[in-house]
Design a protein around this ligand. Structure first.
Ligand code: UDP
Ligand code: MG
Length: 138
């Protein structure tokens, strides 16, 4: 079993989609190991997305991610990283496949409803960024 890290971003929480997205998580076959509602601070958002610090969208991205509550999740499944990326769809909802979370719930490429880790290594780093060991089940 592998793990991935997901965020239901502020746009999706604000728009009332968190419940439907959690239902998607479970339909896709994930076991939820950790889950909490949290408002990510600006310094946390800057650190979490520091790999994108030189990109033109970075300032807007970190402002958005700290603009309201998010739901953060630690998820378990076989091939969790790839399965979650497939479940959420492309970064830009205009390019996301039918039935994916971003196709269904994202507003645009920036306010795109959910985050997903891009590797097993980053999944472990991102889970540890938001959860202590005692906050995870199993
Ligand atoms: N993003 C953006 N504009 C872009 C590319 C990305 O606003 O042109 C935002 C978007 O919220 C995205 C996040 O930055 O989810 C991280 O970008 P990445 O390329 O890692 O996409 P992801 O892994 O989230 O699909
Ligand atoms: Mg990414």
């Amino acid at each position: 079993m592998a793990r991935t890290f997901a965020i239901i971003k502020p746009d999706a929480v604000q728009n009332g989609h968190a419940g439907n997205i959690i239902a998607h998580v479970q339909k896709a076959g994930f076991r939820i190991l950790g889950m909490k509602l949290t408002q990510i601070s600006l310094p946390q958002a800057r650190k979490f997305y520091e790999v994108h610090a030189e990109r033109g969208f970075y300032g807007e991205l970190v402002e958005f991610m700290s603009s309201g509550p998010s739901v953060v999740l630690a998820l378990e499944a076989d091939n969790a990283v790839a399965l979650w990326r497939e479940t959420i769809g492309s970064t830009d909802p205009a390019e996301a496949a039918e039935g994916t979370i971003r196709k269904l719930y994202a507003e645009n490429k920036g306010r795109n409803a959910v985050h997903g880790s891009d590797s097993d290594e980053n999944a472990a780093i991102e889970i540890a960024f938001f959860f202590s060991g005692t906050e995870l089940v199993g």
